[in-house]
Design a protein around this ligand. Structure first.
Ligand SMILES: Cc1cc2nc3c(=O)[nH]c(=O)nc-3n(C[C@H](O)[C@H](O)[C@H](O)COP(=O)(O)OP(=O)(O)OC[C@H]3O[C@@H](n4cnc5c(N)ncnc54)[C@H](O)[C@@H]3O)c2cc1C
Length: 570
């Protein structure tokens, strides 16, 4: 029988959301509950370390900022698809998270007088991006990880790949995982669980995401019967470095960087006369795409078309102090020094607004199971996330779900562990994939998936293109890629990559089906055949269910509390 380890709470994922949840569950239970934090990469290699520009919070009311303004900016930025009660909860709790992080050792950048500094960011009406140079994610992760290490009740399982959830009609019971070092398959039994596995950006080839962002957690939940919500809303960040796609933080524009086309024209004045480069990302990304489409872009040796980001006027001192990481990236990857040269940039896949359907407390439909961070769709981001709101969401809902899972675990007895579910998963993974009878090269299938998503589910979409993409992805799902050539047990990344591919194909289908069905343009989802927002028919969340008859779409209402939808101009 498969070995089973027991703990009170299982947290899948050790990014900002997972680590914050672990700390809060520990605090809430005064260290009495045992926790397992499982991550397919070492915790400090989680994608969150990539976050660059900042974490949103209202800290300086004396300068005019207010909770009301942050709530409104988030809702307007979301193109009115955000649940307004959730946006409000984010804004109310985010400042406390900033100060709490400081108490745990977070080295926030400061002003001359010692106040915590904040920089402007797209779509925010006041500077409220709290930052640590341009390495906010790295420092937040280090602060949280160091704090977790102080608690003996938190056990880390670094480099364990979770394959699936163990749930039944009673609720959540645990998960199954492969230890990458040994290849051993093991079950984790727990009273409560939190999925904090991050986004799905690696469905696209041109992406800012870590290569580990392969939608596993979303696929696990989807296979377990939990719907994925609003998956059609994929964010394209305006400034991916060409040709690698590595992010050039919006903080660069927040600090004064401008975008110019091949004629040196500052084109954003045509698209967002007031906010210019600091309009929300969906608007700036579309502006860049239009400039390129209309022949005012440039072509890189790689063949990729782009525009330029100009930071030269900021001066060497500011660039070295506040944007040192992106300077290093430009120099190392392009041989360009932004102090003296223009940076070639284009829109790039950056964030998954949709995710596991969860309520305002992060609870899923499965009893005892929560979701937090980018994996969850609470929904604060609606159709378009504002920059710096994600790390704030990870901290806030890491805290909320950690506390809720702890309360649940303290007041529930351990149920019988359904070994049947573990056996079924072992069969799916080993008989179906490791010893699968496929003949096709899974890496070619992955390449075709990325090509399809880049081509048809990008900044501009059409019904025809999305129908073609759906046809292709469904065909890819049916191709015989389920096999592993390398049969070794230790660090078998070939095996992991095939498991990840299966997740990505399932999740890609939900993105395309949601986008094909949604006959309107809202936030990051822009249909050239339906270029207007249509509140009468589409002011609602999409829910994608996996059923025995294939994918089924359903819808649920948006929570509107105080801001009625109106036209969105910047
Ligand atoms: C380049 C870049 C810069 C960004 N900058 C900012 C910023 O400045 N401000 C901001 O607010 N947002 C920013 N974002 C977005 C933000 O970084 C992410 O949304 C956020 O860090 C996600 O954190 P998370 O905790 O939800 O998940 P992640 O950090 O993505 O962590 C996911 C975890 O799940 C684990 N996992 C996944 N699958 C499995 C599996 N099958 N088994 C076991 N473990 C698994 C991973 O190992 C990892 O530990 C940026 C994004 C990018 C791409």
């Amino acid at each position: 029988m498969t070995e089973t380890v027991s703990q009170d709470i299982l947290i899948i994922g050790s990014g900002i959301a997972g680590l914050r949840a672990a700390i809060e569950a520990t605090r809430r239970s005064e260290g009495k509950l045992s926790l397992a934090v499982v991550s397919k990469v070492h915790a400090m290699r989680s994608h969150s370390v990539c976050a660059q520009g900042g974490t949103a919070a209202v800290l300086h009311a004396d300068r005019g900022d207010s909770a009301e303004a942050h709530i409104f900016d988030t809702i307007k930025g979301s193109d009115y698809l955000a649940d307004q009660d959730a946006a409000e909860r984010l804004v109310v709790l985010a400042p406390g998270e900033i100060y709490q992080m400081e108490h745990w050792g977070m080295p926030w950048s400061r002003e001359e007088d010692g106040r915590v500094a904040q920089r402007p960011f797209g779509g925010h009406s006041y500077p409220r991006a709290t930052f640590a140079g341009d390495r906010v994610g790295f420092y937040e992760m280090q602060t949280l990880y160091d704090t977790c290490l102080r608690y003996p009740n938190i056990k880390f399982y670094h480099e364990w790949y979770v394959t699936g959830l163990v749930v039944d009609k009673e609720g959540f019971h645990g998960a199954t995982a492969i230890e990458l070092r040994s290849g051993n398959f093991q079950a984790f039994k727990a009273k409560a669980g939190i999925i904090a596995t991050g986004g799905a950006g690696r469905l696209y080839a041109f992406a800012t995401y870590s290569h580990s962002s392969t939608a596993d957690g979303l696929a696990m939940a989807y296979r377990a019967g939990i719907p994925l919500k609003d998956m059609e809303f994929i964010q394209f960040h305006p400034t991916g470095l060409v040709p690698s796609g590595v992010l050039i933080t919006e903080g660069a524009r927040g600090d004064g960087g401008i975008l110019v086309n091949k004629d040196g024209e500052r084109f954003m004045k045509k698209y967002a006369a007031e906010k210019l480069e600091l309009a929300p990302r969906d608007i700036v990304a579309r502006a860049i795409a239009r400039e390129i489409q209309e022949g005012r872009g440039l072509r890189d040796e790689s063949g990729l078309e782009h525009v330029h980001l100009d930071l030269r006027h900021l001066g060497a001192e500011k660039i070295k102090e506040r944007l040192s990481e992106i300077r290093e990236v430009c120099m190392k990857l392009r041989g360009i020094d932004p102090i003296e040269q223009l940076i070639p940039v284009r829109y790039v896949c950056h964030f998954t607004m949709g995710g596991i359907h969860a309520n305002i407390d992060g609870a899923t439909q499965v009893k005892g199971l929560w979701s937090a961070g980018e994996a969850a769709c609470i929904s604060v981001n609606g159709a378009n996330r504002l920059g710096t709101n994600s790390t704030a969401i990870c901290l806030v809902w890491g805290g909320i779900t950690g506390a809720a899972a702890a309360e649940y675990a303290m007041h529930h007895e351990s149920a019988n562990f359904p070994q049947q579910g573990v056996m079924q998963e072992e069969k799916r993974v080993y008989d179906g994939i490791f010893h699968g009878g496929g003949r096709e090269n899974p890496y070619e299938i992955k390449h075709e998936l990325e090509k399809t998503m880049d081509e048809y589910a990008n900044v501009f979409r059409t019904g025809e293109g999305l129908a073609e993409a759906l046809k292709r992805v469904r065909a890819l799902k049916g191709r015989a890629y389920q096999h592993v050539e390398d049969k070794s047990r230790e660090y078998n990344m070939n095996f992991v990559n095939v498991l990840e591919l299966q997740s990505m194909l399932d999740v890609a289908e939900t993105v395309l089906a949601g986008a094909h069905a949604r006959q309107e343009s809202r936030g990051a989802h822009f249909r050239t055949d339906f270029p207007k927002r249509d509140d009468t028919h589409w002011l609602k969340h999409t829910l994608a269910y996996m059923t025995t008859n294939g994918l089924r779409l359903d819808y649920c209402p948006v929570t509107i509390t105080r801001f009625q939808p109106k036209e969105r101009t910047y």
